[in-house]
Design a protein around this ligand. Structure first.
Ligand SMILES: [Zn+2]
Length: 175
């Protein structure tokens, strides 16, 4: 996993960069939750599901299919009557999808089952600069946590900010 901060930074940037009209506190909070939600799969460890299982950590919840279905379903549950439902759905799907894509750039753990259920192979990107985050809050409050935050600030925070500023300036030129 990247940390909750890294994932929420990504969904927030996606919102401001691509869906400025859909950004409000409720949609940002929901997108933030969705961006983090694939890691709720760590609960599977409690039930004895091994890491390598497709039902374990970085398994099925870290797939494009999960992101599409869960993002769409959440938008449908709360926003289906809104005129911009499709845009909100797209915002939510991309936010959920950002999670495995970021995890695939971390330098530890197993890869993500991105293509589940078509393939259970665990994959990474060839470029993995992000320091992997510990799985427990206890372990996060340490030097490891600080290293993670510094790494995410550089590899997620800064690119996210550049994306938002770039998208805003493009809109200013061609509103
Ligand atoms: Zn994850």
């Amino acid at each position: 996993m990247a940390s909750i901060f890294g994932h929420v930074a990504a969904s927030t940037a996606i919102g401001y960069a691509f869906f400025p009209r859909q950004v409000r506190s409720a949609t940002l909070l929901t997108a933030g939750f969705l961006a983090f939600s694939p890691d709720l799969d760590v609960l599977a460890f409690r039930f004895g599901v091994p890491y390598g299982s497709e039902w374990g950590h970085r398994g099925w919840t870290h797939s494009l299919v999960f992101a599409f279905v869960f993002g769409l379903l959440t938008a449908w549950l709360f926003y289906r009557k809104q005129q911009d439902f499709l845009k909100i759905a797209f915002f939510f799907i991309l936010s959920t999808m950002s999670h495995p894509l970021l995890d695939m750039m971390t330098n530890g753990g197993r890869g993500c089952a991105l293509w589940w259920p078509f393939s259970t192979e665990r994959i990474f990107f060839p470029f993995r600069p992000i320091q992997v985050s510990p799985m427990s809050v206890g372990a996060f409050i340490s030097d490891w946590g600080l290293t993670v935050l510094a790494s995410e600030f550089f590899w997620i925070g800064v690119p996210a900010l550049i994306l938002v500023v770039f998208a805003k300036s493009l809109r200013a030129i061609r509103p």
